[in-house]
Design a protein around this ligand. Structure first.
Ligand code: CP
Length: 324
């Protein structure tokens, strides 16, 4: 009933969502399954694409979006069970969710990793607290560990640009001036593997993704050699993320990653070694840090189509969860 991640979803289920998204995009599907209904969108963190595309998508499906920002436009929220709430949190997720579902037929939640405690954050505690108390569908709008709406839009974009066949898909770490969460690379890697692509993950030593997630990917090539990874690639997906060993110690991560600046960037030289690869990134992206102007402004770049597809995929997800 919830969409928290794509773990356990079959290729057929992913294909069905992508095909539904393609029908929304082409205009073949103009259904309005949210007519007269409201969906809550809860943002603990900033957003451009997710917020705008969800609001527009809900409107286009006939519904109404209720946007809430805990600690900003709504009360600060506690998610832990059994705590004595004598600190700075005003309301518990238990009541927040149970009240909202009297008004709304689904709740979307964005809650990033704070990169403070790996063992805790890898369990997606805030998102799972919403799911625990909810009797309406919870839609993950990017949590500590997963961003399924993004990865489904990514898979849709690969299919649109390159067809339905198996492709050599490279997920590459990139240098960034601060450690970032792993939700996007986790979900991209998982969905690429589920779609049957030949997945290569390139990152410097120490920047391994979650071991349990890697096990779920099955046959995946992991390399510390960014140059070798680009050879023959048909998709280059760039993303930076923080090292799990340095959660709670950003300074050590920054000191470690300093050596990778200028080397771990997507540039024209590396793209020239690919098999005419498309360039993908979830956005927002730092130009000339993650990717050069020359690549993101080239015909290989599909980042704007990728962002557009968020709208169509999320309409497909909401129609699937809430239609009928
Ligand atoms: N890709 C993505 O989720 O963008 P926003 O953070 O702007 O929503």
């Amino acid at each position: 009933m919830h969409l928290l991640n794509t773990i356990g979803m079959s290729r057929e289920q992913l294909d069905q969502l992508i095909e539904s998204a393609l029908r929304f995009k082409s205009g073949d599907d103009r259904s309005r399954p949210l007519e007269g209904r409201s969906v809550a969108l809860v943002f603990f963190n900033p957003s451009l694409r997710t917020r705008a595309s969800m609001q527009v998508g809900i409107y286009e499906l006939g519904g109404n979006a209720v946007v809430l920002e805990p600690g900003g436009t709504s009360w600060t929220l506690e998610h832990r069970a059994g705590v004595v709430m004598d600190g700075d949190k005003t309301e518990h997720v238990a009541e927040f969710v149970r009240v909202l579902e009297r008004y709304c037929v689904a709740i979307g939640v964005r809650t990033f990793a704070a990169l403070k405690d790996w063992n805790e954050e890898r369990t997606d505690p805030i998102l799972n607290a919403f799911a625990r108390y909810a009797s309406v569908p919870i839609i993950n709008l990017e949590s500590a560990m997963h961003h399924p709406c993004q990865s489904l839009a990514d898979m849709m974009t690969i299919r649109e640009k390159l067809g339905t066949g198996r492709k050599r898909v490279v997920l590459t770490w990139a240098w960034h001036p601060k450690p970032l969460p792993m939700a996007v690379p986790n979900s991209f890697a998982l969905a690429a593997a589920q779609m049957g692509h030949d997945l290569v993950i390139a990152h410097p030593p120490g920047y391994e993704l979650d071991e349990e997630l890697i096990e779920q990917l099955g046959n995946v090539e992991i390399t510390n050699d960014i140059d070798a990874a680009f050879s023959g690639a048909e998709v280059i997906y760039a993303k930076s993320w923080g090292a799990k060993q340095f959660y709670g110690d950003a300074d050590r991560d920054l000191a470690t990653r300093a050596q990778y600046r200028s080397k771990w960037i997507v540039d024209e030289e590396k793209m020239a070694r690919t098999n005419n690869a498309i360039f993908m990134h979830c956005l927002p992206v730092r130009r000339n840090v993650i990717v050069t102007d020359g690549v993101i402004d080239s015909t290989a770049s599909v980042v704007i189509d990728e962002a557009e597809n968020r709208l169509h995929v999320q309409k497909a997800i909401m129609a699937s969860l809430l239609g009928g």
